[in-house]
Write a protein that binds this ligand. Structure first.
Ligand code: GLN
Length: 542
C-alpha cells in the first residue's frame, strides 16, 4: 500500500512548500520509488481557471485537461510524472460535489457537516488513484492556523489513524527569521507553529526550517527539544541559487533520510542524483549567453509565466547557454520608437499566451518587428494568434482582429464552438460559462512532412496541452499563406490550425498550444531547445 507524506507550512506563506514537495518527490524517485504529488487548495474557487494570474500565478494544465495550481508544474518538472485531474483539489470543488449529492438526496436525510462529510471527501481524494505508487506526497496549501485549512488538517489527523502511523509522515515547513536588532535567528515562530499543528492533533515528524543563513547547532537542538522531534529531523533549508539545486541541497541537509527514517525505512538505497548534478553543471558552466524578450501582459508578476520561464531555462540547458529573460510590457509598445529601442538589443522575441485585448497592439507590433528584422520569433497560443493577425494585416487586411477583443469585420481569430475531443464532439455557445469550458488538455496534431517544426520535433505526430477558446479562422488561410505563413501543424481531422511558421525566416514559429507545460530540466522541450539555439545563432550575428 502507498505511504503518505503530508506537507504543511507555518508562520508565513511562500516558504516554498511546492518546491519542497517536488524536491522530496525527486529524491524518493532517485531512490527507485514511484511517487505522486498532490495539492490540496483551501480556497473556494472550484479550480484556479477563472482566477487572475495576478491573484494566483499561472494556471497549469494537465494532459487530462485539469486547470490546476502552478505547483503541479513544479511536481512535473522535478519528477517527470504527468499530473492528473486527481492531483489537485480545492475546497470549492469538494463543496460543489457534496452539495450536488445533497440535492440528489444521496445522504438519505442525514445532516451534512464538515466532519465527517467534508473530511471524508478530502480523505477519499487523498487515497484515490494511487495504485502502484510507493509514496503519495500531499501538499496542503495555505498556512497552518488559517480557518480555511482546518478541515484538511483534520482529515490528515484522521487518515493517520485510519491507515496507520507507520504509513504516514508529516513534514512541516517553518521560518526561522534573522532579527537584525538582536543579531540572532529566532526559533519562537517555529515553536508556535508546531504547537498550533500539534494542537490540531498532528505532531510533525520532520521540520524543514527556512533561514537565510546557517542554522547553529544550538538552535537545531532548541527546536528539536521544544517541537518534540529528534535533532536530525530539524532540517535547515537555506535559500538556493537555483530551484534545480534544491533537491541536492535538501538531500545534503538530510531531508529524504529523515523522512525514510520516520517511516522505519532507513535501509532504502541511496539516491542516484547524477541528473541533478548534470543540470547544475550546465547552469554553472555555460558556453553562450542570450537575451530573450517576452512581450506580455502580466510581466509584473513572474509567477504568471512560471512554466514559460522554466522552459526557457531548459532550452538554455540544452544549448549550454545562459538565458537572460527580459519581461516587456506589451502596452508600452504602442509607440514604434519605444518598441525598436527595447527590441533591438534582443536575440529573440517571444509572445506568450494571454487573455483579453489589453496590450494586443503592442504584441502585434513586436511580431512585425521580429518578422521584418528576421529576429527569431516564438508565439505561444495568444502569441500565435497575434502572429496571424500581423500576417493578415501585412497583406492588406487592415482590420484583422480577434473576436475575443470585440466585434470585428475581419475575424482572423474566432471563437471555437465545436471540436473533437477523445470524449467526442465538444460544443460551446457564445455567452456560456467561463470556468472549465475552454479546449483543455492534450490533443494530437499532425505536422507537415517538410516543415520546420517536424524537424524540430523529429516527428510528424505530436501531442501538446491546450487552453484556449479562440482559434485561427481557416477562411483566412489563403490570405495568411500569401503573407508567407505556412500552416505546418493541424488537428488530425484537418480542421484546427495548431502551428504556423515562416519558411523564409530564420526561426518563426507560432503554436496554438502550451509547450512550456511539458518541458523538464532533464528533458528540455524541443521547441524551446530550438528557439534558444536560434537566439544563440542570432547573438553571433549581432
Ligand atoms: N485568449 C486566447 C484564447 O482563448 C489565447 C489563450 C491562451 O493564450 N492561453 O484563445
Amino acid at each position: 500500500m502507498a505511504r503518505f507524506i503530508f506537507v504543511t507550512g507555518g508562520v508565513v506563506s511562500s516558504l516554498g512548500k511546492g518546491l519542497l514537495s517536488a524536491s522530496l518527490g525527486a529524491l524518493l524517485q532517485a531512490r527507485g520509488f514511484r511517487v505522486r504529488i498532490r495539492k490540496f487548495d483551501p480556497y473556494l474557487n472550484v479550480d484556479p481557471g477563472t482566477m487572475s494570474p495576478y491573484q494566483h500565478g499561472e494556471v497549469y494544465v494537465t494532459d487530462d485537461g485539469a486547470e490546476s495550481d502552478l505547483d503541479l508544474g513544479h511536481y512535473e518538472r522535478f519528477t517527470g510524472v504527468s499530473a492528473r485531474q486527481s492531483d489537485n483539489i480545492t475546497t470549492g470543488r469538494i463543496y460543489r460535489d457534496i452539495i450536488a449529492r445533497e440535492r440528489r438526496g444521496d445522504y438519505l436525510g442525514a445532516t451534512v457537516q464538515v466532519i465527517p462529510h467534508v473530511t471524508n471527501a478530502i480523505k477519499e481524494f487523498a487515497l484515490n488513484d494511487v495504485e502502484g505508487i510507493d509514496f503519495v506526497i500531499c501538499e496542503i496549501g495555505g498556512t497552518v492556523g488559517d480557518i480555511e485549512s482546518l478541515p484538511f488538517i483534520e482529515a490528515i489527523r484522521q487518515l493517520r489513524n485510519d491507515i496507520g502511523r507507520d504509513k504516514t509522515v508529516s513534514v512541516h515547513t517553518t521560518l526561522v527569521p534573522w532579527i537584525q536588532a538582536a543579531g540572532e535567528l529566532k526559533t519562537k515562530p517555529t515553536q508556535h507553529s508546531v504547537r498550533e499543528l500539534s494542537s490540531l492533533g498532528v505532531q510533525p515528524e520532520v521540520l524543514l526550517c527556512r533561514t537565510d543563513r546557517e542554522l547553529p547547532e544550538s538552535d537545531r537542538e532548541k527546536i528539536a527539544l521544544f517541537c518534540n522531534v529528534p535533532k536530525s529531523a530539524v532540517i535547515p533549508a537555506l535559500d538556493a541559487r537555483s530551484i534545480y539545486d534544491v533537491p541536492l541541497q535538501y538531500h545534503a541537509a538530510g531531508l529524504d533520510d529523515e523522512v525514510l527514517r520516520a517511516f522505519g525505512m532507513s535501509d532504502a538505497p541511496p539516491p542516484e542524483l547524477s541528473r541533478w548534478h548534470d543540470i547544475m553543471d550546465r547552469l554553472d558552466h555555460y558556453e553562450g549567453e542570450v537575451t530573450i524578450g517576452v512581450v506580455g501582459k502580466y510581466v509584473g508578476l513572474p509567477d504568471a509565466y512560471k512554466s514559460l520561464n522554466e522552459a526557457l531555462i531548459h532550452g538554455g540547458l540544452a544549448n549550454r547557454t545562459k538565458v537572460n529573460i527580459r519581461w516587456l510590457d506589451a502596452e508600452l509598445f504602442e509607440h514604434q520608437d519605444h518598441l525598436a529601442a527595447e527590441l533591438e538589443p534582443l536575440h529573440a522575441i517571444l509572445v506568450p499566451g494571454g487573455f483579453g485585448e489589453r496590450g494586443s497592439e503592442g504584441k502585434i507590433a513586436s511580431v512585425r518587428f521580429a518578422r521584418e528584422r528576421r529576429v527569431p520569433f516564438f508565439g505561444i497560443c495568444l502569441g500565435m494568434q497575434m502572429a496571424c493577425i500581423e500576417g493578415a494585416r501585412a497583406v492588406g487586411i487592415e482590420a484583422a482582429s480577434s473576436t475575443e477583443f470585440g466585434p470585428t469585420s475581419e475575424p482572423v481569430i474566432g471563437l471555437i464552438t465545436e471540436w473533437m475531443s477523445p470524449e467526442g464532439l465538444q460544443e460551446r455557445a457564445i455567452g456560456g460559462d467561463l470556468g472549465g469550458t475552454m479546449r483543455l488538455g492534450a490533443y494530437e496534431a499532425t505536422l507537415g512532412h517538410n516543415s520546420h517544426v517536424a524537424g524540430v520535433y523529429g516527428s510528424t505526430t505530436i501531442s501538446e496541452r491546450h487552453r484556449h477558446r479562440f482559434e485561427v479562422n481557416t477562411h483566412y488561410r489563403d490570405a495568411l499563406e500569401k503573407s508567407g505563413l505556412v500552416f505546418s501543424g493541424m488537428s488530425p481531422d484537418g480542421r484546427l490550425p495548431e502551428i504556423v511558421e515562416r519558411p523564409d525566416h530564420p526561426w518563426f514559429i507560432g503554436v496554438q498550444f502550451h509547450p512550456e507545460l511539458k518541458s523538464r530540466p532533464f528533458d528540455p522541450h524541443p521547441l524551446f531547445a530550438g528557439f534558444v539555439g536560434a537566439a544563440l545563432e542570432q547573438s553571433r550575428l549581432v
